[in-house]
Design a protein around this ligand. Structure first.
Ligand SMILES: *Cc1c(COP(=O)(O)O)cnc(C)c1O
Length: 225
């Protein structure tokens, strides 16, 4: 059995508290395929923020997870599933297209809530990933910022799966530059969500202040999960 408690303690003691820009780093546990019991073990061991990929899993486990944990949604979101997350999700990481932002704002408005969001940027320009074009961060921000019921908190990115460390460092630094450029005229944003189990050290070094870790906490997932 995976030693979740030990993994969490090791991570919390080895991940620096602040990135090189002096910003506090938030560790979000990526919990896809994990049981509510294991998620609660991670929370008891010190995890404060948890992130789901699948709406169905979020719904199934919602009531079973320690309520003080902050809830994030980090997966691709279909507009017809928004209703299940409204008012329950503290931060939507994966607003990857304008149509999703529009729908999320409309439904948030109708529900009387404000939804906090990150704009997902397809920094590696990968076919397999969604997100706004890296050259259009500012336009995306300007468009989404006009929507009444959303509050933009920052940017999110997933780096490509590659062993090429220099390429990863370069992309992570590009993301940080985009974040800083945006922050120059949107000083309220404060999240750069970037970094998974395989690349979080590189991402923190480049200036990420929010990392999303699954396998580093829970061990390997089942295949195809
Ligand atoms: C699964 C997932 C993670 C965590 O991945 P690990 O490699 O297990 O750390 C982070 N972000 C997103 C969007 C994910 O889907």
């Amino acid at each position: 059995m995976e030693n979740i408690e030990q993994n969490v303690k090791n991570l919390l003691s080895t991940i620096p508290e602040y990135n090189p820009f002096g910003e506090k780093i938030t560790l979000v546990a990526a919990v896809k395929t994990q049981t509510a019991e294991d998620i609660n073990r991670a929370v008891a061991a010190g995890i404060t923020d948890i992130g789901d990929n699948h709406v169905q899993e979020f719904r199934d486990k919602y009531g079973e997870i320690t309520p003080q944990a902050r809830r994030h949604f980090i997966g691709r979101l279909q507009t017809n599933k928004i209703k299940y997350l409204l008012g329950k999700c503290d931060l939507f990481h994966s607003v990857d297209r304008f149509s999703l932002a529009t729908e999320l704002s409309e439904r948030s408005l109708n529900a009387g809530v404000t939804s906090e969001v990150l704009l997902q940027i397809n920094i590696g320009r990968e076919q397999s990933k969604s997100g706004f074009d890296p050259d259009c961060c500012e336009q995306a921000y300007a468009q989404v910022a006009k929507l009444p019921a959303l509050r933009i908190r920052g940017l999110m990115a997933m780096l490509p799966l590659t062993e090429d460390e220099r390429a990863l460092i370069c992309l992570a630094q590009q993301m940080r530059k985009k974040y800083d450029t945006l922050r120059a005229y949107a000083p309220e944003i404060n999240c750069l969500s970037m970094g998974m189990s395989g690349d979080y050290r590189i991402c923190i070094e480049a200036g990420s202040n929010m990392i999303r870790l699954g396998t580093a906490i829970f061990g390997n997932r089942k295949q195809n999960a």
